[in-house]
Design a protein around this ligand. Sequence first.
Ligand code: PAN
Ligand code: ZN
Length: 186
Amino acid sequence: MNNILLPVAGFSGRQLTGNKINKTVRKIGDLKTIFSDQAAYGDTSPDKIVYEVESYLPVKEGTTGGLFFGITFIQPGKVGDEYFMTKGHFHKIADRAEFYWGIEGEGMLILMDKYRKTWAEKMYPGSLHYIDGYTAHRTANTGASVLSFGACWPSDAGHDYDSISQRGFSKILVQENGQPILIDRK
Ligand code: PAN
Ligand code: ZN
């Protein structure tokens, strides 16, 4: 029996455990160019946590043929009318695809293709989302509790954050009459 090993990482309750887990915390202060209402952004405490990501990286970043696994936890909240959301990115190797799936809470997966056409998919516990290559992706928490979702992506995909921090998505997700809607970015 001693050739049978426990897995090196596990998913227990809401958390990833193990020794190859990477944790990232993103606070308001790290998201300067992300939210469109700069006045409301300036009024929000820079120390407020917007989201955290726990990733299991079993191979070296950049390895061709491997996979990464992550769980993202987005706090409920808004900057102005815009929901708390992730920075968003294209993959550095642009054709690399990804799966997302909803675990808890409610939200929207906002997608933008290379022609800057933007649309969104509803996220809820059990929702499953295929993100095609060449498609920028970000998630927003539209509920009153934490939104968490799983992700699986190729270990050579990389993240291109620059195009999004410079030009954003062509549409933003805001609350209007209590409902999330996508509107053109001014
Ligand atoms: C996800 C994201 C995670 C955080 O694991 O990296 O949700 O979003 P940002 O990376 O845009 O800050 C993923 O899409 N990985 O490829
Ligand atoms: Zn991604």
